[in-house]
Design a protein around this ligand. Structure first.
Ligand code: NOJ
Length: 525
């Protein structure tokens, strides 16, 4: 299936390009930049929620599940974007937020009315102590998963902001309504859907209200519907859970086609600081096998905080100590910084992590702007600091919009090391040795190696705790990956002659890896 070897590229719609000059990125703006994405080597464009929303949670609080936010354009604009994406041989993914709506959604507005026949569409209680074992996710702002509603005269359940009441999946009408939302976006032409916050659909007494069997049963229903009614479509599970619970979202090949590999992400950052790849290997070993035809989605950063919810307390303390010199960089249980600032603007570390990300089992998800090493503005509200306008050119508007920068939906990055005069697409496009060209060449090298998407995986003992080694292979090809997580040169002995797939260099007895260097090797003939 196409997604097994695809590279995904994530775009918050307001952040990419403003085609109509109002200071807010829009759907037409993405259409205008498709040549760039195609040139870069992107296979699937992932649009973050573009639906009508009060924007309490960056658009994950939706007031119309089948509409388009007026500032972003119209359904026709989305249709044009999909046509243009498909015309270029690319695919498109949308978010479907099934767990909750905005409190402004007409369903909730109706449900709160006394005597409403929609009351049961959400989860109500007179007792705000119910489900005491369910954790609070947005710990910086929410004290409880229950909020009082004056109109209803009852508490309602919400796993995220109080402005995002959870739908009640015990209600068959809700289950059908959500299926219709899935159908709506697939009918419009989306190739893939990301199922947001999927572990939290059901609540049951005496549980943590995550990963419940009822949730899996419902996912199987959606999958059966997609298999029966559509071709070549795919669903990604957004389930930030320990390995054994994440793999459950593949079912027996009858639930989601993909799931994000949350457990492998923090270890990649830990290994850099510890100069020890043990945590990466542990995470890979703890990853159970997945059904054939299923695929992991691997990523380094996204539009949220770098989540540390699933790591041990000691590792969390280590990550905070190493990566948040300013406590304001912490958000909820995680770190609200972009990739390049996390890596101290050090290109060799960036290249190392990309070299590993693009060769690990799974399909890579890249975050907009990382390909030019964009910075962040972490003091902005919530996670907005990693959602600032894309930097297309030098100058006070960064080529993002014709509007007055004071009216941009968010300010441009002001950190002097990352301002648009220093970090932008146009300059890097013109420079053959730029990070942008390097990322592009790695994506194109990966395209020639489908084995990196679908091949077998086996870790290698490099005899050096600082050097990660693994083999990816199928019946035709074998690729050996070696990655030096230390700050000094390392020698890695080889069992057989190898050729560097990217440079053509031949290695006989051993490979010398400079600090943070990685290689993709194949046996020399
Ligand atoms: C996960 C999304 O990535 C995040 O941005 C959002 O806040 C929560 N789900 C709630 O929808």
């Amino acid at each position: 299936m196409w997604f097994e070897t695809a590279t995904f590229y994530e775009i918050p719609v307001h952040a990419f390009f403003d085609a109509n000059g109002d200071g807010i990125g829009d759907i037409a703006g993405i259409t205008a930049k498709l040549d760039y994405l195609q040139w870069l080597g992107v296979d699937c464009v992932w649009l973050l929620p573009f639906y009508p929303s009060p924007m309490v949670d960056g658009g994950y609080d939706i007031s119309d599940l089948t509409g388009v936010r007026a500032e972003f354009g119209t359904l026709e604009d989305v249709g044009v974007l999909l046509d243009e994406i498909h015309r270029r041989g690319m695919r498109a993914m949308a978010d479907v937020i099934v767990n909750h709506t905005s409190d402004q959604h007409p369903w909730f507005q109706e449900a709160r009315r006394p005597g409403s026949d929609k009351r049961d569409w959400y989860v109500w209680s007179e007792d705000p102590g119910r489900y005491p074992d369910a954790r609070v996710i947005f710990i910086d702002t929410q004290e409880s998963n229950w909020a009082w509603d004056e109109v209803a005269g009852a508490y309602y359940w919400h796993r995220f902001y109080a402005e995002q009441p959870d739908l009640n999946f015990d209600n068959p009408e809700v289950r059908e309504a959500v299926k219709d939302v899935v159908r709506f976006w697939l009918d419009l032409g989306f190739d893939a859907l990301r199922l947001d916050a999927i572990p939290y659909l059901y609540e049951r007494d005496g549980t943590i209200c995550e990963n419940l069997p009822e949730t899996h049963a419902y996912l199987k229903e959606i999958r059966a519907m997609i298999d029966a009614e559509y071709e070549d479509r795919m669903m990604v599970a957004e389930a930030n859970q320990p390995p054994a619970d994440v793999v459950a979202y593949f079912g027996d090949g009858d639930e989601c086609h993909m799931a994000y590999h949350f457990p492998i992400m923090p270890p990649l950052f830990m290994a850099l600081k510890r100069e020890d790849v043990g945590d990466i290997l542990k995470a890979l070993e703890a990853t159970p096998p997945i059904p054939s035809g299923a695929q992991w989605g691997v990523f380094l950063r996204n539009h949220d905080e770098l989540t540390l919810e699933m790591v041990t307390e000691a590792d969390r303390a280590f990550m905070y100590a190493e990566y948040t010199p300013d406590p304001a960089m912490r958000k909820n249980v995680g770190i609200r910084r972009r990739l390049m600032p996390l890596l101290d603007n050090d290109r060799s570390r960036f290249e190392l992590l990309y070299g590993v990300l693009l060769s690990l089992p799974g399909s890579p998800f890249l975050y907009y702007g990382d390909e030019i090493g964009m910075g962040d503005e972490y003091l902005l509200n919530d996670r907005d600091g990693v959602r600032t306008p894309m930097q297309w050119e030098a100058g006070e508007r960064a080529g993002f919009s014709e509007a007055d920068p004071a009216s941009f939906y968010l300010p441009l990055v002001t950190d002097p090391a990352y301002i648009s005069d220093l970090v932008n697409v146009a300059d890097q496009h013109a420079q053959a040795d730029s990070l942008l060209h390097w990322v592009r060449s790695l994506l194109h090298a990966r395209r020639l190696l489908p084995v990196l998407g679908t091949g077998q995986f086996e870790s290698l003992d490099t005899g050096d705790r600082a050097v990660l080694g693994y083999r990816r292979w199928n019946e035709d090809v074998e690729v050996t990956v070696l990655a030096n997580f230390s700050t000094v040169t390392r020698m890695v002995p080889l069992a057989a002659h190898q050729v560097d797939l990217r440079s053509g260099a031949i290695y006989r007895a051993d490979v010398e890896l400079a600090a943070h260097q990685f290689v993709w090797l194949e046996p020399s003939r």
